[in-house]
Design a protein around this ligand. Structure first.
Ligand code: NAI
Ligand code: MG
Length: 395
């Protein structure tokens, strides 16, 4: 039987992951879920939020379903570390970033798709009412390099400073002391760029998207965005039926609310991909609906975009929306070639949203809290049950 490493993590990760597994079971996906430890408790008690045993599990089974983790600023992290580990040199490191780096999960895919009838859908005001553009955009974000590659310094060492000073544009900084300088690099490599461009075009081809947009800033970031555009042009030659567009990240944000429905697949570097994927997610319902996949050459991890929402973790029954997690599980099914089962689940989610009989608090635009049920919101388990009953009624 297929084995999936299930890593609920912290807070509402522990609530939504089991709900997704219930839905996977209902759709007939047969798997054994092997629990993987990850998150804040393991930082506190072991000084490592991603224990070696969890890495081993992922190395062995290669597919992970992940909920969410809690992370806290440096001082709180140090204060909360258990007494027996304090002062022993433990430094908190984000387990998600660690996972992405260890397994080189370089492709981050974030589909942003409107569901008909979702009260959170973006609308455009017109002279005599409004229109509701149906967004169907899939963001391919380079997940390992670029601005978030981590190659950065405050007070760059002399070797680095000397190398920087060899660039003519450094003239304007020539009187700045290194200790008064912070540098973050934006390194883009041809190999990683080819991988993400190929993946984006393959995806557009497979799922019938008519355009791929490189969303960068090549007029200013001439080298890094420039390499991305030139690789995109090469890859595009293999797909004459798919248009290659390019937009500037700033202009894309402005056009976001003008005609978001025209964009198919969007490709961007790590930071720009982070921005553009959050922007598009906001048009289709926000965090309760935003799913994602992190895919490397040998391993893949599927997770909702949202965090652990600690303020809701104690609420019983739970109020949070499990759909982002359930749609992330669908992406896992697609990756495993189980398209029929993911279709079944997405159709059920689509029906539940369109019928609108059960809605989580976010879909009712309520402020979260224990009183949302008296205002018409359903529980996390109720909306999952409704999705499951739709799946079952189809069989
Ligand atoms: P968050 O995503 O946990 O919450 C932001 C807002 O969205 C809150 O109002 C929350 O209640 C709401 N929300 C989140 N998920 C929801 C859902 N499924 N249904 C309905 N409402 C939902 O982000 P926040 O508050 O900035 O961070 C909380 C913790 O999560 C922090 O420790 C942060 O470091 C961590 N985090 C972890 C991520 C991950 O595991 N991938 C991503 C983002 C934050
Ligand atoms: Mg983000």
């Amino acid at each position: 039987m297929r084995k999936i490493v299930a890593m609920p993590g912290d807070g509402i990760g522990k609530t939504v992951l089991p709900e997704a597994i219930r839905v996977l079971d209902a759709a007939g996906f047969e798997a054994e879920y092997i629990h993987g430890d990850i998150g804040w408790d393991f930082w506190i008690n072991e000084g490592n939020a991603l224990p070696e045993r969890t890495i081993k599990l992922l190395e062995e089974h290669k597919v992970g379903l992940f909920g969410a983790i809690t992370s806290k600023p440096k001082k709180e992290a140090d204060d909360e570390l258990s007494d027996k580990l304090k002062g022993k040199g433990y430094v908190y490191f984000s387990p998600i970033v660690a996972m992405r780096q260890h397994f080189n999960l370089d492709l981050c895919i974030r589909p942003c798709k409107s569901f008909k009838g979702n009260p959170l859908n973006f609308i455009i005001r017109t002279n005599n009412g409004f229109t509701e553009p149906m967004v169907n955009t899939v963001i391919f974000r380079q997940n390992t390099e670029g601005m978030y590659g981590g190659v950065e310094w405050t007070n760059p060492p002399k070797m680095v400073r000397d190398a920087l000073d060899s660039h003519p544009k450094m003239k304007i900084f020539k009187n700045v002391k290194s200790e008064d300088m912070a540098v973050s690099t934006r390194i883009v490599t041809r190999y990683a760029t080819e991988r993400i461009m190929n993946a984006a075009f393959e995806y557009a081809d497979k799922f019938g998207y008519k355009n791929v947009t490189v969303c960068e800033k090549p007029n200013v970031l001439r080298e890094t965005s420039g390499m991305m555009i030139s690789v995109a042009k090469e890859v595009a030659k293999k797909y004459p039926h798919i248009q290659l567009w390019d937009t500037n990240i700033d202009a894309q944000m402005m056009w976001l609310t003008k005609n978001p429905e025209i964009y198919g697949v969007i490709v961007a570097e790590n930071m720009f991909g982070d921005i553009v994927s959050d922007a598009f997610a906001g048009l289709v319902g926000g965090l309760g609906f935003a799913c994602s996949a992190n895919i490397g050459e040998n391993c893949a991890v599927f997770e909702p975009t949202h965090g652990s929402a600690p303020k809701y973790q104690e609420l019983n029954p739970s109020i949070v929306n499990p759909i982002a997690m359930i749609l992330s599980a669908c992406m896992m099914l697609d990756y495993l070639g189980e398209k029929e089962k993911s279709d079944k689940i997405r159709n059920a989610v689509t029906k539940v949203i369109e019928e609108g009989k059960v809605k989580t608090y976010d879909m009712l635009k309520l402020k979260g809290g224990p009183d949302v049920f008296s205002k018409g919101a359903c529980t996390t388990q109720q909306i999952t049950d409704e999705i499951i009953s739709k799946i079952k009624s189809k069989v």
